[in-house]
Ligand binder design. Structure first.
Ligand SMILES: Nc1ncnc2c1ncn2[C@@H]1O[C@H](COP(=O)(O)OP(=O)(O)OP(=O)(O)O)[C@@H](O)[C@H]1O
Ligand SMILES: [Mg+2]
Length: 296
């Protein structure tokens, strides 16, 4: 079976079935259209390769299915936004995508190669090419800002100190933190910590950048600035970028590709234009930034 026909064979289940109990009372008039849109949009659009892909991904944590059979495709070179309410499984999905959470079943593919079947050295090479910005920044509290950003360079390269300094200083400047290298994480605001985390994710110039809620817990202005910073970096440098967020505005404005996650399931996924035009009310409400939940 060709990749394209395999892709269209894996259409999503009806949105009405997925939405079920959680959003009772919500009319879902066009579930099939969304499912088809997802399969066609993701896997056959312009013959794009997928930088990252999950197939029937499942993960159970403490008796709860946090990923319930996710088929996601992130086109190479795209800025993809994974949109979902709290506890929908965004972080679990991102961790699985970068190999930090082992699935119970299903698989993760990086540029069409199954992560689970790679050798240790292949996994290390893949990890080097994926920069990760964690939801809570994940900085080393005992290291300065400079050393936090230098960490991947010291781990993965043989670069000498002057080159490391040049690269770290350039990254700190790029995220608006020039001159902050000597500060400790505890001295920084949450928004600044996120910027340091972003600089660290970018310092190896990875082909894929994954950002888990870069805009969470910071005020509206700084959150919009962070969105703009990420979009500008993607436009300037290229590569693939995946951003998990609850912010529908980010999906509506900067994304090439949007995936909507809800209760561990992919509700819909496709190119932004198609998702924005999609007439499914649940998808529209998530895109509008509205909260989903029982009776919503
Ligand atoms: N280590 C863990 N052990 C048990 N349950 C977990 C663990 N990590 C996540 N979960 C549960 O899995 C579900 C999905 O969590 P996840 O953090 O992936 O969602 P999220 O969409 O990123 O949410 P948030 O917006 O709060 O960051 C939640 O119900 C969460 O409580
Ligand atoms: Mg999360």
């Amino acid at each position: 079976m060709s990749p394209a026909s395999a892709a269209s064979a894996r259409t999503l289940p009806a949105v009405s079935a997925l939405v079920g109990a959680g959003a009772r009372g919500t009319a879902v008039p066009s579930p099939i259209a969304v499912g088809r849109l997802a399969a066609n949009g993701v896997r056959t659009c312009c013959g794009q390769l997928l930088a990252l892909e999950t197939r029937a991904l499942r993960k159970r944590l403490e008796g709860r299915e946090v990923l319930a059979g996710v088929d996601l495709g992130i086109p190479e070179g795209s800025l993809a936004v994974v949109l979902g309410p709290p506890r929908s499984g965004k972080s679990a999905l991102l961790k699985a995508l970068v190999g930090l959470l082992e699935p119970d079943s299903g698989e993760v593919r990086v540029r069409d190669r199954p992560l689970g079947r790679m050798s240790r050295s292949e996994v290390l090479a893949v990890r080097r090419d994926i920069g990760v910005m964690f939801q809570e920044a994940g900085l080393f509290s005992s290291l300065t800002v400079f050393e936090n950003v230098a960490f991947p360079l010291r781990q993965h390269t043989e670069l000498r100190e002057p080159q490391i300094r040049e690269l770290v200083d350039a990254q700190l400047a790029a995220v608006g933190l020039a001159g902050a290298g000597a500060r400790m994480p505890i001295e920084l605001s949450r928004a600044m910590k996120k910027r340091v985390s972003l600089a660290r994710a970018l310092v190896l110039k990875p082909g894929i950048v994954v950002c888990d809620e870069p805009d969470r817990g910071i005020d509206g202005v700084r959150s919009a600035l962070m969105g703009r910073l990420l979009a500008e970096r993607h436009r300037r440098v290229g590569g693939t970028m995946v951003i998990a967020t609850q912010d529908g505005a980010l999906a509506r404005t900067v994304a090439d590709h949007v995936a909507v996650l809800w209760e561990g399931k992919l509700l819909a996924s496709g190119p932004r234009e198609a998702m924005v035009r999609c007439d499914d009310p649940v998808v529209q409400r998530v895109l509008a930034g509205a909260k989903l939940g029982a009776g919503a």
